[in-house]
Design a protein around this ligand. Structure first.
Ligand code: ADP
Ligand code: ZN
Length: 559
């Protein structure tokens, strides 16, 4: 019944409901007007007095052509009035109303029911498809990527309305059924599927894993809400478990600090570390990459530049602006060399974390480990976390942030679950403190731009981080957690490049990919961040970094 009701509350039906309400108001006005006129005529023509209720009663019995005949006019003008009321009753009440109800509501509804046949199973020969349980901004962003790559995906839902909506309005391939029903799973040809993405609640995901494992060995990627449930999900048979809240918390935390390079490691891959450092406050602010001489001084490779949320692969002439973030690849030793060179910045660092949900909590835990001091603000005590001290108060309130001491802060992490609040908090923090470092979380992709406009230095989008991780796992990328469209990938050295040095290979100008490490053919240790004069010997495996287009370009040129 709820789903039938929901039908009338959205889309066209909702519009029609408005028409119905307006029509109802019109009928009511008509009845009241007739009743008033009835009393006036009765009194003036026939000298009889009736109450207003009697008037309404008379109008309704006449309009519905019921006509009890207990109250009747005795004069010609009275008969004419009664006839008019009867005829208008027939038109407005007995013809237009039922006609409207049927054509505006019943017919479209029946038509939709007849037209939409949910799919209960996939054709037996279906192969290599990706099954997605649970639709949210993350899986939606992931689906965009799947579509761009022409991969076959199927969304599974046990909600009829959602199935109808996803299939009819969004054009997804949908199967209607319960994810934990073995018969449904068999009908989904789960054994022949390429991947299963489990994105429901932790208990439901666990249940899906167990049910699928009783049928086949198809790899399952599960997104876990509570990182403590990760082991349980693995035990239940998940192939990979993504603790997304923890990853997002870490991304927010590393990008909020102004500490030295080692505090900024985003990912590591063996001995290869990937770190991002804000240019602000470093000696190379305002210099070009060539002038900064980072490689000569530290051995690190600069592999990317973030400016207002756009990632570019820099050239020698790229300017390291105050607000940019530089992405490095190298060893820990090289990163500490950079730290010596830039100085172990800001001793008086203090970070404000606005919102102590799961992601805010993960960011705090990450800062605890550095340790970097922080202040958490939330209007509720956390139901799950007893570890952190929280300043209670509405962060959007006029004095909360000032009172909590935001003037002393060096950075703010804005991480509530509501984007309007996040935009508001970003604006307020920027207003109170023009030089503070603001890192904001976007729950919906559409709000990334607004958050930058509001003054954020860096925006972490839940959906794009989640979708990139899923895509990287699917494509077996070396480093799954390098989000936002940049990934590390391996390729054997193309024959055309054997014997050349890295500089002569012109790999970066041609493809945009950077070589971040080399695996020598003799099996000796990985060479991290090799200098440009390194000679590439055949049999070497390259570890490259780049976005999807750069990767495609590499394969196109050398594939
Ligand atoms: P997640 O777990 O994804 O981080 P939550 O909904 O659990 O998302 O976290 C959002 C947190 O932000 C909640 O703890 C909520 O109380 C807090 N929050 C939301 N709006 C405000 C506000 N105006 N001031 C302070 N805290 C807020
Ligand atoms: Zn906490």
């Amino acid at each position: 019944l709820a789903s039938e009701l929901a039908y009338f509350l959205r889309g066209r039906a909702r519009q029609n409901l408005k028409v119905l309400v307006l029509y109802g108001i019109f009928l009511l006005t008509l009845i009241l007007a007739y009743a008033t006129l009835f009393r006036f005529l009765m009194w003036n023509l026939e000298g009889r007095e009736y109450s207003f209720i009697a008037g309404i009663y008379w109008v309704i019995t006449v309009m519905t052509t019921l006509g009890f005949g207990d109250i009747t006019f005795q004069s010609d003008p009275g008969y004419i009035f009664a006839a008019i009321v009867t005829i208008s009753g027939m038109i407005f009440l007995l013809i237009i109303l039922p006609f409207g109800l049927i054509s505006l509501f019943l017919a479209p509804w029946i038509e939709q029911r007849l037209r939409y046949h949910p799919t209960y199973e996939l054709p037996p020969q279906t192969r290599g498809h990706i099954l997605i349980f649970g639709i949210d901004p993350i899986t939606r962003a992931f689906i965009q990527k799947l579509k761009a790559r022409d991969l076959l995906f199927v969304v599974v839902t046990a909600n009829y309305e959602q199935a109808l909506h996803l299939e009819e309005q969004e054009g997804f391939k949908v199967v209607y059924g319960s994810a934990t029903d073995a018969r449904v799973l068999t009908g989904l040809r789960v054994a022949a599927a390429r991947y299963v993405i489990a994105n429901l609640s932790d208990p439901e995901n666990t249940n899906i894993c167990l049910t699928i494992r009783s049928l086949c060995q198809t790899p399952i990627v599960a997104l876990v809400d509570d990182p403590e449930h990760a082991d349980l999900l693995r035990l239940a048979g998940a192939h990979q478990v993504i603790p997304l809240t923890r990853i997002l918390g870490r991304y927010l935390a590393t990008r909020s600090t102004t500490r030295g390079a080692l505090a900024h490691v985003l990912d590591s891959f063996g001995s290869l570390q990937i770190a991002e450092i804000p240019v602000h406050g470093t000696p190379f602010a305002g210099q070009t990459l060539k002038e900064a001489q980072i490689r000569q001084k530290t051995g690190l490779s600069v592999i990317g530049l973030w400016e207002r949320g756009t990632f570019t692969i820099p050239s020698g002439d790229s300017l390291l602006g105050e607000h940019a973030l530089v992405m490095f690849a190298g060893t820990r030793a090289q990163l500490s060399a950079l730290e010596k060179f830039t100085g172990e910045a800001a001793e008086d660092e203090l970070i404000f974390i606005l919102g102590h949900g799961r992601i805010g909590c993960a960011a705090a835990t990450f800062l605890d480990r550095r340790p970097i001091p922080y202040i958490l603000v939330d209007h509720h005590e956390s139901p799950t976390c007893q570890e952190h001290v929280v300043v209670l108060g509405d962060a959007t309130g006029r004095h909360t942030l000032k009172k909590a001491g935001i003037d002393r802060a060096s950075g703010v992490i804005v991480t509530t679950n509501d984007d309007s609040t996040n935009i508001f908090l970003t604006l307020t923090s920027r207003h109170l403190h023009p030089h503070i470092r603001i890192v904001a979380r976007a729950n919906n992709e559409e709000n990334v731009e607004q958050l930058y406009t509001a003054g954020a230095d860096f925006v972490v989008s839940n959906a794009s981080v989640g979708a990139n991780i899923l895509m990287n796992l699917l494509e077996h990328k070396a480093s799954a957690f390098l989000a936002e469209g940049v990934a590390v990938f391996r390729r054997p050295l193309p024959a055309a490049l054997a014997g050349k040095t890295i500089e002569q290979s012109r790999l970066r100008p041609l493809t945009g990919c950077s070589i971040v490490a080399l695996d020598p053919p003799d099996g000796s240790e990985t060479l991290v961040s090799p200098p440009p004069e390194t000679r590439l010997v055949s049999g070497t495996t390259l570890l490259l970094i780049g976005g999807p287009e750069q990767e495609a370009l590499f394969d196109q040129i050398y594939g």
